[in-house]
Design a protein around this ligand. Structure first.
Ligand code: G3H
Ligand code: 13P
Ligand code: NA
Ligand code: ZN
Length: 328
């Protein structure tokens, strides 16, 4: 059944677990998440980016998620707009039936320019007022996602800024977070702590100097009643990179956010953990392997099946690791 994000995150907070929010774009990804949730008894957050809505088309995204609700009526499911770039995008998502929206006002509507604090407060409050009247949950973002190694924003997946940033901009300030939440009345806050979108997050296993888990603790101490969200939280498993490389793919050396760091974050108020890249890596590795080993095959279902299977496995693993088992 479709539920509000607020309800799921409140339950996660009360029971000390975190919920992976998986980006979905097509049938196989939706099926993979739902099967993983069914097997683990987990609650589901399916999120669609602007890119997903463009790739699949509005009606397909809407009805793929509706189909998941119909096929799995006993699983609580949130339909979330990921990275709404302006209030109109959020309004469009609400009109489509989404139960939760992210207003990402950390960047201006062009998706590139680092926004002023006042701009962020203004657009986020606007969405918050509109969404809350309709029972829709709101996620905001304060601070700019980017790398503490290069001091650059993340532009890897085509949105974001590649501006050079200060440490200040790359780490959410706890005092400002308190003011932001008070002024916007958002339900959940995405924070910047050194993670970035895409496969290329860190050039080495991240430690405290480039992945600021301690900052989460400070923010949580300051705003204990706000659910925290971690974006750019794929772990980029080395095994998945190895499969892609073994079957002809070209992936440079890279590291993601270790699961044990996410588990630590969950102890300090992180309730929603955004994951897209790990599913991409899993599916790509599986397709490459299958086609390399079966060069005579051409039925799309035959190579989509191992891709869906690989996606299911990674989703299931994250549900278990983040403590979702039996919470749905
Ligand atoms: O926010 C980034 C997500 O990974 C979605 O990526 O915009 O390529 O769909 P996308
Ligand atoms: P990853 O690229 O680390 O999977 O992050 C996804 C994300 O934050 C979507 O909003
Ligand atoms: Na990156
Ligand atoms: Zn994100």
């Amino acid at each position: 059944a479709l539920v509000s994000m607020r309800e799921l995150l409140d339950h996660a907070a009360a029971n000390g677990y975190g919920i992976p929010a998986f980006n979905v774009n097509n049938l196989e990804q939706v099926q993979a998440v739902m099967e993983a949730a069914k097997e683990t008894g987990a609650p589901v957050i399916l999120q669609a980016s602007a890119g997903a809505r463009k790739y699949a088309g509005e009606a397909f995204i809407k009805h793929l998620i509706q189909a998941a609700i119909e096929q799995y009526p006993n699983i609580p499911l949130v339909m979330h707009q990921d990275h709404g770039q302006n209030p109109d995008v959020c309004k469009g998502a609400i009109d489509l039936g989404f139960s939760s929206v992210m207003m990402d006002g950390s960047l201006e509507a062009d998706g590139k320019t680092i926004a002023s604090y006042d701009y962020n407060v203004d657009v986020t409050k606007k969405v918050s007022d509109m969404a809350h009247r309709l029972g829709v949950t709101v996620e905001g973002e304060l601070g700019c996602l980017g790398s503490l190694e290069t001091m650059k924003g993340d532009k890897e997946d085509g949105h974001g800024t590649d501006d050079t940033m200060t440490r200040e901009q790359l780490l959410t300030d706890p005092e400002q977070a308190a003011d932001f939440v008070k002024r916007t009345q958002i339900d959940a806050l995405a924070i910047a702590i050194g993670t970035s979108h895409g496969a290329y997050k860190f050039t080495r296993e991240p430690t405290g100097d480039i992945l600021a888990i301690d900052r989460i603790k400070e923010i949580h101490r300051r705003i204990p009643n706000t659910h925290l969200v971690m974006h750019g939280s794929s772990s980029v498993p080395q095994e998945l990179l190895a499969i892609i490389r073994q079957y002809g793919g070209n992936m440079k050396e890279t590291y993601g956010v270790p699961v044990k760091e996410i588990q630590e974050a969950i102890k300090h108020g992180v309730r929603k953990i955004n994951i897209d890249t790990d599913i991409r890596l899993a599916m790509t590795g599986a397709v490459r392997k299958f086609l390399a080993e079966n060069p005579e095959k051409f039925d799309a279902r035959e190579w989509l099946k191992p891709a869906r299977e690989a996606a299911r496995l990674i989703c299931k693993q994250r549900y278990i690791e983040f403590g979702c088992e039996g919470q749905g």
